[in-house]
Design a protein around this ligand. Structure first.
Ligand code: HEC
Length: 61
């Protein structure tokens, strides 16, 4: 079940579908929060999935 996957895995599986995989270090925490909302929509992610991915981005930048 996708909601049980860790953020790093969701990132690798979902964020590469439409563009190159964005690196966590490309943006700061505030920017990731905004991008997360936009990409949650575009990538048809659940809120939980998007939160996990953004938490991972914030922890890895
Ligand atoms: C359904 C297609 C699609 C998926 C899936 C997708 N994106 Fe995007 N993304 C786009 C498009 C289209 C753009 C460029 C237009 C825009 O910036 O709104 C974009 C732009 C971006 C940008 C650049 C924003 C900026 O301000 O320069 C980042 C960062 C990004 N995506 C991150 C992600 C992350 C993280 C994920 C995974 C959660 C993701 N994307 C999944 C379509 C997608």
């Amino acid at each position: 079940m996708i909601a049980q996957k860790p953020g790093a895995q969701l990132w690798g599986e979902n964020c590469i579908r439409c563009h190159n995989l964005p690196s966590p270090t490309d943006f700061n925490d505030v920017q990731w929060a905004t991008i997360g909302l936009h990409m949650e929509d575009r990538a048809s992610l659940t809120e939980t999935e998007a939160e996990k991915i953004i938490d991972f981005m914030k922890s890895a930048n």
